[in-house]
Design a protein around this ligand. Structure first.
Ligand code: NAP
Length: 254
């Protein structure tokens, strides 16, 4: 059968923030393609776990609050994740937070809260899982970037800075690790209907302005990321390094 290389049977994926939103969609796509999943996060991913099991795959929760874990806590969580199935083939850094306020009103705590989850934790997870993948001779890391990896956004300065940095980190790690069989890439979702964008969708003016600017004419859904994540996680992406796939309904091209 053609396209067998897209299958992920026997692979183990660690997905952060998969109890809801895009992370849930990413975990389900990986499971549908054949992967078992470790769901790392601070909330019980009961719904995601049950839905993964409908694909005949296994899902295990590793508790970790990425805002407070610190480097040692994240190393311990990764060690626990590797203990579940014995190894990790795929890391998806999805968990993220957003703080909406004019830049002049952003406190140091606000700034720190966003950068800790969206950037520090991403680096620490890449470092811990990357060491394991380098030792095994291969793996896939997919970081969830954003339109605000390319654009400044509206009153979300810490988020925009963090997502620009995620793209820079993705490229930096790819430069180092591509020659060792570890593929590091990113997906940049456009405007997706999740809790992250609830405030925008609740604001009639912002909601209308955003929708008018999306060439596809609709907000994205978690399921829209399924093809990109399975591609980047699979053997078909073996020669893809340090790139970002926008899944944005045409937003960046406009
Ligand atoms: P969401 O619905 O708000 O979900 C965020 C996820 O991150 C939740 O699972 C949440 O867990 C987890 N998380 C937040 N803080 C955490 C912490 N301290 N420790 C562990 N997990 C934590 O947002 P989403 O839209 O799915 O966003 C997922 C990713 O896509 C984020 O990186 C976001 O920046 C990015 N993104 C989203 C959009 C969009 O339009 N929605 C566009 C571009 C990029 P809890 O349930 O425990 O809070």
């Amino acid at each position: 059968m053609p396209f067998d290389d897209f299958r992920l049977d026997g692979r183990v994926a660690l997905v952060t923030g998969a109890n809801r939103g895009l992370g849930q969609g990413l975990a389900l796509a990986l499971a549908a393609a054949g992967a078992d999943v470790v769901l790392l996060g601070r909330s019980d991913p009961a719904e995601t776990t049950a839905r993964v099991q409908t694909f005949g795959r296994r899902a295990v929760h590793v508790p970790c609050d990425l805002a407070t874990a610190g480097p040692d806590g994240i190393d311990a969580a990764v060690a626990a994740a590797m203990d579940v199935f014995g190894h990790l083939d795929i890391l998806v850094n999805n968990a993220g937070v957003i703080h909406r306020a004019p830049a002049a009103d952003v406190t140091d705590d606000d700034w720190h809260d966003v950068l800790t989850v969206n950037l520090d934790a991403v680096f620490r997870l890449c470092r811990a899982v990357g060491r394991h993948m380098l030792a095994r001779g291969g793996g896939r890391i997919i970081n969830i970037a954003s339109m605000l990896s390319f654009q400044g956004g509206v009153r979300v300065p810490a988020y925009a800075a963090s997502k620009h940095a995620v793209l820079g980190l993705t490229r930096a790690l790819a430069n180092e690790w591509a020659g060792h069989g570890v593929n590091v890439n990113a997906i940049a979702p456009g405007y997706m209907a999740t809790d992250n964008t609830a405030a925008l969708r609740d604001d009639p003016h912002r909601a209308a302005a955003i929708l008018e600017r999306i060439p596809a004419g609709r907000w994205g859904d978690p399921e829209d990321l399924a093809g990109a994540i399975v591609f980047l996680a699979s053997d078909t992406a073996r020669y893809v390094h340090g790139t970002v796939i926008p899944v944005d309904g045409g937003w960046l091209g406009r």
